[in-house]
Design a protein around this ligand. Structure first.
Ligand code: PLP
Length: 451
């Protein structure tokens, strides 16, 4: 098809519109207008079918944390495919790549996490959490503890169960989903904080969990699931008072804490895991995306010793699993990704130098006329767009201001996303400071255009 020619690009666009149903897309609009076809990628840049070069300020979908040019990950996958392309890890079976990845994960996870259940995605990992939590309380003879509490606007995946955990209203409108999931407010100070300081509001938002547990009855509540920083929900960086209060409540009420680290894990918040950034002590950790640098579909659940000691010492099968759980090629990608993050110093550099520089440059944008708030942590950032900084009046109805700014940024060669009234960015950790400067320049130009 020779995509880099105008003719080749057009042919691809037409085939795409005719045959491909896109996730999270207005399909009627897409059928009429089409979208961008991405043909290749290098370092932190993607190239579309017309060969337009775009700096990827989103690391793909928050997953290519080490950018697109990582030959050791590609070599590991290739070698694995040549040695053992597939065998299932069911029925008392295992494979070397899955075993090695599990041992490597135990090395980099917070202490007390030594068991891993592999899936292909974050959604499946959160489904796995639901089954693990039920199994845990069933074994402990507390089968009535079944309710999950989550947060409004949370994204925990697209399977029926994971989307029930999520708090996105559009997804709930389609189906009923699990009927035993409750949602509390997200710790979104800019939107809901009123006259409270962020720290005061952090406590208020956390205590909504306590109130919900009281309402439902502690004996009926199994777990609270949340991302350390809500990502797809708008990069909601919580006030520092939030997580210690949530931890206190979960500890006092015998509620399992699930840290969904699909975005926050593997360095995104500056540490290996977001729970470490906030001093949380979860019982279960969901991971995906960054674990394989997005080069292979891979996810899973890290199970704390507390939970593992119960479920591995009880009779009966854990009746759950996927054909590709522990897929050797995906696990090989995971092993190579961890080696890069840990052994080549990328994570340390991100924590000590790149993250603080990114934060400093992002914070400068709080002076911009249409930026009401800048939220950053590690290599995550959100820019809340307003018409009026004092009244916090939004830039455009239904997020249209942020969508316009996003389109301007992409046009100028920077991939960012619009979530509600925010522009969000999560660049790869392999950016140079100069590339961060270019990212900021393009963002400022987009904000100027949207002003
Ligand atoms: N959990 C979080 C926090 C996510 O951001 C996502 C995806 O964006 C998921 C779960 C679902 O992961 P996947 O798309 O791999 O199923």
């Amino acid at each position: 098809l020779q995509p880099a020619t105008a003719d080749g690009a057009n042919k691809l666009h037409n085939l795409d519109r005719l045959h491909h149903l896109h996730p999270f897309t207005d399909l009627q609009q897409y059928a009429n207008k089409g979208g961008r076809v991405v043909s290749r990628a290098e370092h932190i840049y993607i190239f579309d079918a017309t060969d337009k070069k775009i700096m990827d300020g989103m690391s793909g979908l928050w997953c290519c944390n080490l950018g697109y040019s990582q030959p050791t990950i590609v070599a590991a996958i290739t070698e694995q495919l040549q040695t053992l392309p597939y065998y299932n890890s069911f029925f008392n079976c295992s494979n070397e790549a899955a075993i090695t990845l599990a041992a490597e994960l135990a090395d980099v996870m917070p202490s007390g996490f030594n068991r891993f259940f592999f899936t292909n995605s974050g959604s499946e990992a959160n489904d796995t959490n639901i089954r693990l939590v039920h199994r845990y309380f069933d074994i402990l003879e507390k089968p009535q503890k079944r309710i999950f509490i989550s947060r409004k606007n949370a994204y925990h995946g697209s399977t029926i169960a994971a989307s029930s955990l999520g708090g996105m209203s559009a997804m709930h409108k389609q189906i009923t989903g699990l009927t035993y999931v409750e949602h509390i407010e997200q710790p979104y100070w800019f939107e809901n904080g009123g006259s409270n300081t962020p720290e005061e509001y952090g406590l208020i938002a956390a205590r909504a969990l306590e109130a919900k547990i009281d309402e439902l009855g502690e004996e009926n509540v199994a777990a609270f699931i949340a991302e350390p920083i809500q990502g797809a929900g708008g990069v909601i960086v919580p006030p520092t008072s939030y997580w210690p209060e949530i931890q206190r409540i979960c500890d006092e009420r015998d509620i399992l804490l699930i840290s969904d680290e699909v975005i926050c894990g593997f360095g995104r918040t500056g540490n290996w895991f977001g729970c470490e950034t906030y001093g949380m002590k979860p019982d279960l950790i969901t991971f995906a995306k960054g674990v394989s640098n997005g080069f292979q579909p891979l996810g899973g659940v890290a199970v704390s010793d507390k939970v593992a000691n119960v479920i591995t010492t009880s009779d009966g099968e854990f009746a759950h699993g996927f054909t590709y759980s522990g897929h050797p090629a995906a696990c090989a990608a995971g092993i190579a990704t961890i080696a890069l993050l840990r052994d080549s110093g990328i994570l340390e550099h991100t924590r000590q130098h790149l993250g603080p520089y990114f934060r400093q440059r992002c914070q400068e944008l709080s002076e911009h006329a249409i930026v009401g708030e800048v939220r950053t942590q590690g290599m995550l950032a959100a820019f809340e767009l307003v018409k009026n900084k004092d009244s916090k009046e939004r830039l455009g109805p239904d997020g249209s201001g942020a969508q316009f700014a996003r389109d301007c940024a992409i046009e100028s060669g920077l991939m960012v996303r619009a979530v509600g009234d925010s522009i969000i960015s999560a660049p790869p950790f392999v950016c140079s400071n100069d590339e961060i400067n270019i990212l900021i320049d393009r963002l400022v130009a987009a904000l100027d255009a949207a002003s």
